[in-house]
Design a protein around this ligand. Structure first.
Ligand SMILES: Nc1ncnc2c1ncn2[C@@H]1O[C@H](COP(=O)(O)OP(=O)(O)O)[C@@H](O)[C@H]1O
Ligand SMILES: [Mg+2]
Length: 316
């Protein structure tokens, strides 16, 4: 058999609260696992729903649902702490002369600073990918819209900041070099720690930005219900993501029933494919209900790839 060079494919579920992100993510993950694809379902929403859906306890460590499916709940608080500790260490290393510099006492305040949650989620995302091993699919059950949009646009926005900071740093270094040449008559050759850290961060964010926008490696599924509020919020999401050139591959029209006309939805979301998830007569919880539902479900989109052609190229 052809050897598989593995990398995991990212599948994100986003949309208005209550539209069915968690349910659709669970059904999709279960579907992939029932087709022998190694799947990890990751709950990124602090209001973790997957335990209720699978009627099973989950945690930060993967817990198996079947031979091919495991579930993880991201502990956002833990990632915020990791992020702040990391910054503190970097500051200490870079500014070793500032012995009195004590960031610890500001930790409690920094935890609530704007932007911190999306950084934490991005760190968790990177960590999941790093440890994904031979997983085929990573299914992300995303938090409410505002935070999800910040998560997706963070690499782009960080790059704007970082390139400007790098430019500033270079100007400082050029000035320092002139001064040092006047003083000693030769060029200073030591590498600047701040400059290399900035360059390293730029590389990381460029990779993330590329990964998020690449339809071959990342699929965004927007879960939509046939009601006006959900419809409007979905259009806003698509518009916002489009300004960052982030494509929404599929619309999951969830809680669909016979009185819903699909053509206006198709017309409004003509850049995406439509997957229909019918309204179920009971709550969609428990492995039996989920499996029964999947057995009757028709897939309009093709998510499962041929395993030989799949994963032949690493994103980076
Ligand atoms: N296709 C469906 N048929 C019936 N009930 C559904 C369906 N999809 C979701 N639900 C129910 O709708 C509610 C919200 O779904 P959930 O997946 O938690 O949404 P979200 O994660 O977007 O907030 C839950 O009670 C869930 O059981
Ligand atoms: Mg949910």
């Amino acid at each position: 058999m052809k050897e598989k060079i593995s990398y995991p494919k990212n599948i994100f579920f986003l949309g208005k609260g209550g539209a069915g992100k968690s349910t659709s993510a669970a059904l999709t993950a279960l579907h992939l696992s029932r087709n022998n694809r190694k799947t990890l379902l990751i709950s990124m929403d602090p209001a973790h729903n997957q335990s209720d859906i699978f009627e099973q306890r989950f945690s930060e460590k993967p817990v198996a649902v079947n031979d091919f499916l495991s579930v993880i709940e991201i502990d956002t608080e833990k990632w915020i702490d990791n992020y702040l500790t990391d910054i503190q260490n970097q500051v200490k290393r870079t500014y070793a002369y500032l012995t009195a510099f004590n960031l610890e006492k500001y930790f409690d305040i920094l935890k609530f600073s704007p932007g911190i949650e999306e950084y934490a989620l991005l760190l968790a995302f990177q960590n999941i990918r790093k440890n994904a091993g031979n997983t085929d699919y990573l299914i992300f059950d995303m938090p409410p819209t505002a935070l999800t949009l910040k998560f997706f646009t963070l690499p782009d926005l960080s790059l704007v900041w970082l390139t400007n900071l790098l430019d500033l740093r270079q100007k400082i270094l050029d000035k320092k070099e002139i001064v040092s040449r006047i003083k000693t008559g030769k060029k200073e050759l030591e590498t600047d720690k701040i400059k290399s850290k900035l360059q390293q961060q730029i590389t990381t964010y460029q990779q993330l930005k590329t990964l998020i926008k690449d339809k071959e490696h990342t699929i965004l599924n927007l879960v939509l219900n046939p009601d006006k509020l959900s419809f409007n919020e979905s259009q806003l999401i698509i518009k916002k993501l489009a300004t960052f050139q982030i494509p929404v591959s599929n619309i999951f029209l969830n809680k669909y029933h016979d009185n819903v006309s699909i053509s206006p939805i198709k017309k409004a979301f003509d850049q995406s494919k439509i997957q229909i998830f019918p309204q179920h007569n009971t709550e969609l919880t428990g492995l039996k209900n989920l499996t029964d539902y999947l057995e009757k479900l028709e897939w309009d989109i093709q998510l499962i790839e041929n395993q030989n052609s799949f994963n032949s190229k690493k994103p980076f």
